[in-house]
Design a protein around this ligand. Structure first.
Ligand SMILES: [Zn+2]
Length: 399
């Protein structure tokens, strides 16, 4: 038996007036999913435990079978794993943003944070700036690592999980009251400003009308997640196919192989077909039992508030991922189960994640059902099937 999860990030939504009260999943033309849905178990699954943030981190841990209440130790440790930093059990990972503060005040504490992403600085520019900071601030206790764009990493040896404020929560506010209580972290942020404010890259950025990346900002402290090996836990050899660092980090933590697909970029025009074929190859040629195909596009389109593009992303997942995988596995004669679901809704109305249950479709090629269900939120609810603990969903796939 082969097993596939097709994870359309943020794909679930709410009924939308413009679509005659249909959700994007209901409205989108999805012939491949429609065909399978009529032979599948349809239902709803609650991926976000009560009281937890509806993040892609908590939600995807759930879908992979790791209870976030037990295994979630913060986002930055997962990002650390994804960029290949092997954390010690006593290490603390800190997200190290490179942010924009106002420059007219005398004291660091009186500055206002105006951009948590420094105009979405390029990784190239950020790497130069981080190197300048590193030269003066790095020592045996604090190490700096380049991530992507404004998102970098600091590892704190024998550190503590201290409370820190997320920079994007305080845009437009004076930073004094949001700075770390920990004196060393506080001083490092302050010194980073002195190092960066007149750096040639920032002088050039201002000339080009871009926000200068003039301070570090630490937040999101967490310890190394102690995920059990996916293979030990499930007995299945699995692969992860995703363009997103966070998902790759989860896979590293779970000791699953990450497959890098050319042209897979987390955007609307990602290489859907390439991802599907990578899963097919892993299952049929490389002896793997399980493939997790993560597609970021519907979530991004939800954050952008772009209805047409969200529908297009769903249609691409149908035509290029679900159809491709199902046809290839059908043709191979291998028995398989395929689970299609989002991690969480990203409703266009709110342009961010919600913690509501999401619809799932579970197809078993050896036991096709006969129903009139389609794969969407409405039919998921009407089916009466409900998985209350998201991390148990994978047991339905593997049972
Ligand atoms: Zn997500």
């Amino acid at each position: 038996m082969k097993y596939v999860i097709v994870l359309g990030d943020g794909m679930a939504d709410e009924p939308i007036g413009e679509l005659g009260g249909k959700t994007p999943l209901e409205y989108a033309k999805t012939p491949a999913m429609d065909r399978l849905a009529a032979m599948s178990e349809i239902g709803m699954v609650h991926t976000i435990p009560d009281g937890m943030q509806p993040g892609s981190d908590t939600a995807n841990l759930s879908v992979l079978g790791y209870d976030p209440k037990i295994y979630y130790t913060g986002r930055s440790p997962l990002e650390a794993l994804s960029i290949g930093v092997d954390m010690e059990p006593t290490d603390i990972a800190l997200r190290c943003n490179i942010v924009t503060l106002t420059e007219d005040e005398d004291r660091y504490e009186d500055r206002t944070i105006i951009d948590h992403s420094s105009s979405e600085i390029s990784t190239e520019d950020a790497a130069v700036l981080l190197a300048a900071v590193k030269e003066q601030l790095e020592n045996d206790i604090y190490k700096f690592y380049v991530g992507t764009s404004y998102r970098h990493l600091t590892i704190w040896k024998n550190g503590n999980v201290v409370e820190l404020s997320a920079p994007h929560d305080h845009l437009g506010q004076v930073i004094g009251q949001f700075l770390p209580e920990n004196k060393v972290l506080y001083e490092m942020m302050k010194k980073s400003y002195d190092i960066l404010v007149n750096h040639p890259i920032n002088i050039d950025r201002k000339r080009r009308g871009l926000n200068p990346a003039n301070s570090l900002w630490f937040w999101g402290a967490g310890t190394r997640p102690a995920l059990k090996s996916f293979e030990e836990k499930t007995g299945k050899k699995g692969v992860m196919i995703s363009a997103v660092d966070l998902l790759k980090g989860i896979a590293v933590g779970a000791q699953m192989e990450n497959i890098i697909v050319e042209g897979a970029n987390g955007g609307l025009h990602t290489n859907y077909y390439g991802k599907a074929m990578a899963a097919v190859k892993a299952l049929l040629e490389d002896g793997k039992d399980f493939a997790y195909i993560h597609v970021e596009a519907p979530d991004e389109m939800g954050h952008q508030g772009n209805l047409q593009h969200k529908i297009e992303a769903i249609e691409s997942i149908d035509a290029k991922v679900v159809k491709t995988v199902a046809e290839a596995l059908d043709a191979s004669g291998e028995a398989y189960r395929m689970l299609v679901l989002p991690d969480h809704p990203t409703p266009l109305r709110i342009r961010t994640h919600s913690a509501d249950p999401v619809p799932y479709m579970l197809y078993d090629s050896t036991r096709p059902l006969h129903s009139d269900w389609l794969y969407n939120e409405k039919d998921g609810q009407a089916s009466g099937n409900y998985v209350a603990a998201g991390h148990e969903m994978i047991e339905h796939l593997f049972r």
